[in-house]
Ligand binder design. Sequence first.
Ligand code: MN3
Length: 389
Amino acid sequence: MNYRKRKIAVLGSTGSIGTQTLDVISQHPQRFEAYALVANNQVEKLIEQARQFKPEIVVIANSEKYELLKDALSDLPIKIYVGSDAIEQVVQDSEIDIVLTAMVGFSGLQPTIAAINSGKTIALANKETLVVAGDIITKLALENKTPILPVDSEHSAIFQCLNGEGYNQISKIFLTASGGPFRNFSIEQLKNVTREQALNHPNWDMGAKVTIDSSTMMNKGLEMIEAKWLFDVSPSQIEVVVHPQSIIHSMVQFNDCSIMAQLSNPDMRMPIQYALSYPERLSLNTEPVDFFKLTELSFEKPNTEIFKNLQLCYNAIKEGGNMPCILNAANEIAVELFLQNKIGFLQMSSIVEQTMLKSVFIPAPTLDDYKQTDTESRIIAHEVSKSIN
Ligand code: MN3
């Protein structure tokens, strides 16, 4: 059969999701083409990727790296751009079919909006986009008839469980969580957790931000908010289940109490590839589940007294408005400070909690309100961090 190649813009191509996306693309060169590569800062890696994949367009967000990039690729017919405005321009290129958004944090919002407005299919790896402005994004996607395909493994699992279900009502989503490296830690033990310990995730190999978020369970909280927007469910319909083996990636229960689950060994390339090839499934060189080698599949209730972030996220979606945006901004600062060894592990959720109390609540924010909230909450989070213990 002859297929038209899907042309893909990879936003955040040098990060963990970005490099795995390029791996998927390289496995199926007759199906996918890396049309545009966008990176924030890692210019050496971007140069290497550009030489290997020969995209039409390469963008670097950091202007200080532009000259280096331009010189290094001067022998190739690649268009090279710089800055965040360029990213917004590039995603609108009429040749692009799919925009894979794997930038970190709030920075993913604006390019995602530009891509939706120009009718691109979104392969969404940047969960913060929906956390911050889920109402605006889902409305825009509906107006532009743009599909948002989840790349997050849990949401991809839910999406796969919903295949063929049409208008059947979801009664519940079981969002599985590995529980991270500190699942059985006490508050006392968590106090002394170091940056290095937190960066060492037992099952998944991911970027620094999401790995820290996993260790604090903030990642699962953000995923609850992401699930609410992607699947139009209320917070009370989402149950977080700790499943340390990371084999079941999430489950959906219907009104007859039948439950669908998606299982596989943890490999991010699977949800990435499914988003790129949807609705088709392509072969993937990954290790299949061997049930006879699994010692057990176990399930636990998360401890929200120790991992306060889950409760904070739940509160944020229930309050709505700009509260999830406040939470996200405070968390981005908290993770940054923790990675710089400036605060302890438990102080991360304290910063988020305090910032949520001190920021101005807006019940029905506009896009500009969200941008302002993001800026102000970051300032408040920094202030809070100085007095917190
Ligand atoms: Mn996930």
